[in-house]
Write a protein that binds this ligand. Structure first.
Ligand SMILES: Nc1ncnc2c1ncn2[C@@H]1O[C@H](COP(=O)(O)OP(=O)(O)OC[C@H]2O[C@@H]([n+]3cccc(C(=O)O)c3)[C@H](O)[C@@H]2O)[C@@H](O)[C@H]1O
Ligand SMILES: Nc1ncnc2c1ncn2[C@@H]1O[C@H](COP(=O)(O)OP(=O)(O)OP(=O)(O)O)[C@@H](O)[C@H]1O
Ligand SMILES: NC(=O)CC[C@H](N)C(=O)O
Length: 579
């Protein structure tokens, strides 16, 4: 029985930074070789980052990816790593150049995996199953491959597959059984959402059994606009037993020895109902002898709140760093939302890169200023005070405004100040509205909704409180207790409370979840026990706020359905539930 030492490189690539991503492959390949690995696998689209969206239509981009791949193969050999088999994701094309931003049939854009060895690209594989739901639009971008690539290395047969190939029965995994491979390598760009780790493990186990082969599943880690990749790479035996698993949300090299069956030269059963062809490549008959043993170990999964917090921290850090911002700035009101944003930002970037500004008006309570100052003292963030009343008064001296217009004016003056400080000092402005507020439109357009990124965009208000309490149990509590316990208020008029305009968030959030996350209609929401009048009111607010969401800042997805790419609704829409 050949034993292969497999390394899974759970690493962070950046969309468009092809030279940086190539350098990362060379760096991690060196580590894998030093650990005695025979094969190292990198994530889907490692060379380009993922998702590349409409960049795929630019021939120059696809060509840069293809050239980087061949140069990488040569570079690895030049580094003395030619004997290591390196599996890496990239974008390829094997049809005529694209002529417009449409998925021209035959233009052959491919979501591809390649095996590099001894300075050459030995084999390539094109992703067969293309996800086209939720945040994925791969039918728009790629053509599916129809041939399973099997490589022989050290007397074992290994099949190459890409991400969605593992999410659907049939196709490559069923072809892998026909080909009689010992191992299927599945390279991923599988974004995080809560509880997806449990789904993934069961899935990888199911596919291993379907293929009758061990599965090495490697996922990327890091943030890309609204997505965050959590890693969670693993190796599962042909019988479905979990053998090794990485931690979540950090770069890691998992190295594990796998005993594989000796490859047989029988032709595969020809009549596969999977509809795939099988193509075989010889990589190398002999491989280096194993020294010692490598057991990757099985890392514990994070509990839910720790997992969500890690996702939000990594999502923000990578957005800031990859877009080359030195620091972030936001209004620090003493309320729970800006307090939790401050704690996430300090965890992500360190207090010296976080600026919190108290922007008191005539209606700001004493405790709002004290709680903001307390938050700053606890975390060491850069705290400023910019009173807004003189600027609000200047507007009111020159315009006749009343009621809501005056309320929103305060939020807008705050937005102008934050954007001015951003322009002056170069900070990224964070906006702080949570998923519940975004759902019902409880924010001022061009006011508190200004900003380039929103860490709480996919976090319902009730979870904002839970996260605050959880974070305060981890070491020194960063969030003032008063910010957690006081009733939420926008403080735009005397004694204003969120509860004047909105039902309690404990009642509101389940309705939002049903309507937004699960697409339930009015009758189903009422059948689930929600008050009919409240359902009608909430659905109306959600429907009418679509225009605000369409122009809202991006923020990290943590749920099964986030606002943005996951949930796409027309703004102009006269359909009303139950009417
Ligand atoms: N379909 C559509 N397409 C494009 N634009 C549309 C539109 N419908 C209205 N608009 C525009 O939007 C304007 C109305 O929106 P906007 O100006 O924002 O005003 P609006 O949504 O009426 O008021 C803001 C609400 O958010 C609350 N708030 C504000 C600040 C902070 C917080 C908090 O606690 O987090 C809550 C505030 O108390 C108030 O209830 C209209 O005047 C119109 O210009
Ligand atoms: N006095 C203030 N100083 C600084 N920023 C403010 C102030 N008031 C509002 N903001 C900004 O506007 C955002 C929305 O205001 P709002 O008061 O609704 O939220 P919050 O204070 O964070 O939380 P809560 O909804 O619990 O009150 C705040 O998160 C904050 O960024
Ligand atoms: N990149 C992909 O193919 C990802 C799709 C897959 N269903 C996932 O969410 O992990």
């Amino acid at each position: 029985m050949p034993t292969l030492r497999i390394a899974l490189a759970q690493v962070n690539s950046t969309v468009g930074d092809i030279p940086g991503n190539v350098a990362a492959v060379r760096r991690w390949s060196r580590e894998a070789a030093d650990a005695g690995a025979h094969l190292v696998a990198f994530p889907e689209m490692m060379l380009t980052g993922y998702p590349i969206e409409d960049l795929v239509f630019r021939n120059s981009f696809v060509e840069a990816s293809r050239q980087a791949l061949t140069a990488l193969a040569e570079g690895l050999a030049a580094d003395g790593l030619g004997e290591l088999a390196v599996v890496v994701g990239y974008v390829d094309a094997d049809g005529p150049p694209a002529i417009s931003s449409a998925a021209v049939p035959g233009s052959g854009r491919r979501d591809a995996s390649a095996l590099l060895h001894r300075g050459a690209v030995v084999a390539t594989y094109y992703k067969h199953h293309l996800p086209n739901y939720g945040v994925f639009d791969e039918d728009r971008y790629f053509e599916p491959g129809d041939t399973l690539t099997v490589v022989r290395l050290g007397g074992a047969d290994v099949a190459l597959t890409v991400c969605e190939d593992i999410w659907q029965a049939g196709g490559p995994f069923s072809a892998a059984r026909r080909a009689g491979v010992g191992l299927v390598v599945n390279i991923n760009a599988s974004p995080y959402e809560l509880n997806k780790d449990d789904v993934r493990l069961a899935l990888v186990q199911r596919r291993a059994i379907e293929a009758g082969a061990a599965v090495a599943f490697v996922n990327m880690v890091g943030g890309q606009d609204e997505l965050v990749f959590d890693g969670d790479s693993m190796i599962v035996s042909a019988g479905g037993e979990l053998l090794a698993r990485t931690g979540q949300f950090s770069e890691e090299l998992l190295v594990h020895d796998l005993e594989l069956p000796v490859a047989a030269d029988n032709a595969p059963a020809p009549d596969g109902r999977d509809g795939m062809m099988i193509e075989r490549f010889l990589v190398s008959g002999d491989i280096s002898e194993i020294s010692g043993t490598a057991d990757g170990g099985i890392a514990d999964r994070l509990p839910d709140h720790a997992e969500i917090w890690s996702a939000l921290v990594l999502g923000l850090r990578d957005y800031v760093d990859k877009n080359r911002f030195r620091s972030v700035i936001f209004g620090l009101s003493g309320g729970i939302d800006s307090a939790v944003v401050a704690a996430i930002a300090v965890d992500a970037l360190g207090p010296e890169r976080v600026v919190g500004v108290s922007l008191p008006s005539g209606f700001s309570s004493g405790h709002s200023k004290d709680d903001a100052a307390d938050m700053a003292k606890r975390t060491g963030l850069d705290y400023r005070i910019e009173p807004i009343q003189p600027m609000v008064d200047a507007f009111l001296a020159n315009m006749s405004l009343s009621g809501l217009a005056v309320e929103n004016l305060q939020a807008r003056v705050r937005g102008v100040i934050l954007m001015a400080l951003s322009n002056q000092e170069g900070h990224l402005v964070l906006t702080t509205g949570n998923k519940s507020e975004l759902a019902v439109g409880y924010s001022t357009l061009y006011g508190d909704s200004v900003g380039g990124f929103n860490p709480l965009k996919d976090v319902p208000k009730t979870m904002v409180w839970q996260l605050a309490r959880w974070r305060n149990t981890q070491g020194d509590p960063p969030i003032p207790e008063n910010s957690i316990t006081k009733p939420p208020s926008a403080e735009l008029r005397p004694d204003q409370k969120d509860s004047d305009s909105l039902p309690d968030y404990e009642i509101l959030d389940p309705i939002i979840k049903g309507y937004v996350d699960h697409d339930l209609g009015r009758d189903e929401l009422i059948a689930a026990g929600n008050d009919p009048a409240l359902v009608d009111r909430t659905l109306r607010m959600i429907d009418l706020a679509e225009y605000k969401r369409r122009q809202s800042a991006p923020g990290t997805k943590i749920s099964g359905k986030a606002f943005g790419r996951d949930r796409r609704l027309p703004i102009t829409n006269l359909f009303r539930e139950g009417v």
